[in-house]
Design a protein around this ligand. Sequence first.
Ligand code: ACO
Length: 428
Amino acid sequence: MAKTYQISDGNTSSELDLVEGTLGTPAVDVRGLAGTQGVFTYDPAFTATCSCDSDITFIDGEAGKLMYRGYSVEQLAEQSSYLEVCYLLLNGELPNKTEMDEFRDAITHHTMLNESLVKFYDGFHYDAHPMAVLTGIVGSLSAFYHDKTDVRDPEHRKIFAHRMIAKMPTIAAAAYKHSVGQPKIGPKNQLDYTSNLLRMMFAVPAEEYEVDPVAAKALDVLFILHADHEQNASTSTVRMAGSTGANPYAAISTGIAALWGPAHGGANEAVLNMLAEIGDASQVPKYLDKAKDKNDPFKLMGFGHRVYKNFDPRAKVIRGYCHQVLEHYNMQNNKLFELALELERVALEDEYFVERKLYPNVDFYSGIIYQALGIPVNMFTPMFAIARTVGWASHWCEMMGDPKMRIARPRQVYTGYDLRDYVDIDKR
Ligand code: ACO
């Protein structure tokens, strides 16, 4: 028998259904509450609200666990590849060999950009932040594929997802090339996903470019770890925009805009800037005091998470990977990594951080790897955006295929004036 939940205001009571998933905290279905009890539920910033059912990703924040379609992210990072994870997230199951070959082929053959779209880059100033460029260019894809994208057709949705995953590295690399004034380098079909990205970013027409397999593998692992994170701010933004029936490319651009914020994906760039500002280990206590001071806007970037009240499992994998990558590049004594380790050590012994269960999140160490690979700081968040594109696309596809989908439309508690008369400008 379905479980229910009693709610009462002292006079009338209602029996609300409990919605239970396969794992995790059950939710009270409050949709009928306004009708039966005459109240809405109040949850600014959605700290306790489930906005949908989803089969894609599960987080156990207390235990510090993350899995995609039932597979632990640690195991996927160790044994899988980013493109295989993309298939898994989009389709629900790991591919067999034929399915994987077909998927790789589909992604490989959607990587190029329409030449008219390439002209859009010239409209951006050279010092535009690449995330601003990404938001604009991806939003503009809607102008190219609007008539060819029927959001109700699963086949069209699949082609959209393939196009998006395939084109994001080309779009991001072109944004980088624009910022450094170099000619854009097109995709090369023989290369795997991350090797292709590295080549499009760092090759120049005057020289041969050889992809460093260690760099490609490191990016692949980072991309797996960033691929999805259930109903985070950017994914919820994509779902919300998409719930109106909006063009999916436009919906993805809203996700990119949301990701850019320093409280979300922009934190990877902010961490590196913070470490550079702190400078050396002797300054750590001073900056921890600043982070604890409620009158100081400074926060320890890369620390804390809405859902994880334990170690972010992604941060653990990345920290381990930092050692390998730095060793490969003979950068074992990397000052920023040493500083990050010291900051983590001191913070995790500090009562303020312990009490609030603030641990390093995915962004705390990712920038150290990006920097070791020669990726400039303002491209850190675009790297995250490339990796998260599959998450956004998977959630959008899941939502559009859900017969229960309705336009997302929260309520509010109004705190403004009651009705009042208009006063003529001369009398104010
Ligand atoms: N430094 C110092 N104090 C912090 C930090 C931090 N990084 N994070 C949270 N706190 C404090 C808050 O001030 C609050 O203290 P209080 O209870 O005394 O008021 C308490 O910890 C709870 O934090 P909230 O802000 O309520 O947590 P919320 O869930 O709203 O925010 C967030 C989570 C945005 C990630 C926050 O921890 C933060 O700003 N961290 C730094 C930015 C960051 O690293 N973002 C990346 C997140 S991961 C991702 O999106 C990819």
